[in-house]
Write a protein that binds this ligand. Structure first.
Ligand code: HEC
Length: 232
């Protein structure tokens, strides 16, 4: 009885000694630290475990990312001339595309080109940038194709918008720019078209959500299957 009493006191003291060593400023002891210390790889790190020795994988050859299509015209005077003459807007001129284009134009272009496209944006008025043309500049005679080309590669003082906008967004802006040009030239407003099958030619940002797709195709079906199995 007595030894049990001593043992209990002993355990209590030992427990106290262990607990009192804890320092709140320091990380505590870790039991099975796998969950604390991640074994994840550093982005762009070099690791032998990967086939090409690096964490970042290259895209599979002959594939393109969703939401992106290769642009066939070169960044040369010849490429610009070809795009100007031949490249057409694949999006229907719908009210939605026009509205979307207006919004994007206001975000990306209006600071220089002005809300009306007359080349009198706020940066021009404050003399931060020079030489911004009006869209009805006869010498330039812009076309759907030339506008897209310029957004893709940029031109002199104007940077490229290829990394900030998707293919679809650039074509929406393009519609809006051409409507500003018409207005500046005093032409009647172009009538809106119905959304046609053409619109599906372009992969949109929404298609780029692989998780949505995976849901529909795989887990959607397998869930159903699981459910029926349970019911049976
Ligand atoms: C930082 C100011 C700036 C912004 C922002 C800007 N531009 Fe420009 N843009 C210019 C300048 C400067 C030129 C004239 C370049 C030259 O020819 O030297 C130009 C020229 C153009 C031209 C005429 C090109 C040609 O064929 O001669 C078009 C079309 C155009 N921009 C469209 C756009 C669109 C669309 C956007 C938005 C996505 C945009 N710009 C954003 C400054 C800007």
């Amino acid at each position: 009885m007595r030894s049990l009493f001593h043992k209990t006191i002993g355990f209590c003291l030992l427990g106290l000694a262990v607990v009192s060593c804890q320092d709140k400023e320091d990380p505590n002891y870790q039991y099975m630290p796998d969950m604390y210390e991640s074994v994840g790889y550093e982005t762009y790190g070099e690791y032998e475990v990967f086939q090409n020795g690096q964490e970042a994988k290259l895209p599979v050859e002959e594939t393109v990312p969703r939401g992106w299509l290769p642009y066939e015209y070169q960044d040369t005077p010849q490429g610009a001339a070809d795009a100007k003459a031949n490249l057409k807007n694949p999006l229907a001129y719908t009210m939605d595309n026009h509205a979307e284009g207006k919004q994007l134009y206001t975000i990306y272009c209006a600071v220089c080109h002005g809300d009306k496209g007359d080349g009198k944006g706020i940066l021009v008025e404050r003399e931060k940038i020079l030489g911004v043309p009006s869209y009805d500049d006869a010498g330039r005679a812009i076309t759907e194709g030339s506008v897209y080309h310029v957004m893709y590669y940029g031109i002199n003082n104007m940077g490229s918008y290829a990394s900030q906008t998707s293919t679809e967004e650039r074509w929406q802006i393009d519609h809006y720019v051409m409507s500003l040009k018409d207005k500046l030239e005093g032409k009647p407003e172009r009538e809106f078209e119905e959304a046609g099958a053409q619109e599906n030619l372009l992969p949109s940002r929404a298609d780029a959500n692989i998780y949505d797709d995976a849901d529909d195709v795989e887990s959607g079906q397998s869930n159903e299957k699981n459910q029926t199995e349970i019911q049976e």
